[in-house]
Write a protein that binds this ligand. Structure first.
Ligand SMILES: [Mg+2]
Length: 368
């Protein structure tokens, strides 16, 4: 039934399938590409993992076939914006692998000044939130913008706008204002904090002897990065992490792009964070709101699913390889995200006067 709704929606949007970008096509498994070799999360999602890794022609064809199902958001831009005319676009952005490149040292995943300027431009014209797996403090430090909202720890730590929260589904009740009184912090996993700290300490201690392993405290979740771990050590690392978690049944382990994530078992993910933002912005339950979510990893799929369930909006996956995804559109890499965001801001700028921007969007948002 849902697919029918989605097909109907796509039909209404007048979506076009753009010509494939041949110059962007890359093999599924590049033997010489360190970035993808140990990326278990991505490998699990490959559409056709049995394709010969060195067969560029075959991989190109597979990527092109995938692009037909997930057309380029750049190639589809005009159609997307035509359908968005008169509606309210709300922009959600992942951080790592979307706004910043995936790099060996997770502490060095800086975004470029150009990307920062582009996100700032987008934040001027649309309600914009960054939803990351990092701690909210770290992602704010990376992004350094005051005109966007932030959610850290995969949406478990939200700095939302100061609006009354309508707890109509019973989920949104743990709300506090911060010291300044002008923001609202929503932390659905707060009770897990002491256990998370214990897990972090144990993981640090137990993985210290594995060269390249990095444990990151993301406040409501813990990341074990294995980007720089030698292949022969990975199994040992994985076993150590699993052994520690045996003592913490309220936590689960998941895999992202070169990272193991330890999270509390709660019904809350990036999709819930997206809905929470829409609600606190007063933009839920309205047919003229189009949420747009751009992300590259498994945890972003939860947000894509929510947009599909809502039945309107633009789920966009960032990927240079074909993979299973709930997204409707794709962007090849962060550099395409940059181009897309600049185009988005320019489109809005040209269609609105500066006066009408603050009228159409919330006045308090425009002054953030
Ligand atoms: Mg990411």
């Amino acid at each position: 039934m849902f697919s029918k709704i989605w097909m109907k929606f796509n039909g209404q949007m007048g979506l076009q399938t753009p010509p494939c970008n041949k110059h962007k096509v890359q093999p599924i498994l590049k033997a010489n590409n360190d970035t993808d070799e140990k990326d278990i999360g991505d490998q699990e999602q490959l559409v056709n993992p049995r394709s010969p890794p060195h067969s560029k022609i075959s991989s190109d064809e597979t990527y092109e076939a995938w692009m037909v199902e997930h057309p380029s958001a750049l190639g589809s831009f005009d159609g997307m914006m035509k359908a968005a005319k008169g509606k309210k676009l709300v922009i959600f952005l992942d951080y790592d692998g979307t706004l910043s490149p995936i790099v060996n040292d997770p502490d060095s995943a800086f975004m470029s000044d150009e990307m920062r300027a582009a996100v700032h431009e987008v934040g001027k014209y649309f309600p914009t939130a960054i939803i990351s797996g990092r701690s909210i403090d770290k992602v704010k430090k990376f992004v350094q913008l005051s005109n966007v909202y932030y959610a850290g720890s995969h949406g478990m730590d939200i700095m939302a706008p100061p609006r009354p929260v309508k707890a109509n589904d019973g989920k949104h009740h743990n709300v506090n204002t911060d010291k300044k009184g002008n923001e609202v912090l929503f932390q659905p996993a707060k009770k897990f904090l002491p256990a998370i700290q214990k897990i972090f300490t144990e993981l640090e201690k137990e993985t210290r002897k594995i060269p390249g392993a990095r444990v990151e405290d993301n406040k409501f979740c813990v990341s074990v990065h294995f980007r720089q771990v030698e292949e022969q050590d990975f199994k040992i690392l994985e076993e150590k992490v699993k052994l520690i978690l045996e003592n913490y049944p309220e936590f689960r382990l998941s895999w992202g792009r070169k990272v193991m994530e330890v999270k509390p078992v709660i019904e809350w993910d990036k999709g819930d964070a997206l809905e929470y933002f829409l609600e606190t912005l007063g933009l839920n339950n309205t047919s003229d709101v189009l949420p747009m979510y751009i992300g590259d990893d498994k945890t972003d799929e939860d947000a894509f699913k929510v947009i599909r369930r809502i039945g309107q909006g633009y789920p966009i996956v960032v990927s240079s390889i074909p993979k299973e995804t709930e997204a409707s559109y794709s962007l090849h890499d962060p550099s395409e995200v940059l181009t897309f965001l600049l185009r988005l801001a320019r489109w809005r700028k040209s269609s609105l006067s500066s006066r009408s921007v603050s009228q159409i969007w919330h006045t308090d948002h425009a002054t953030l």
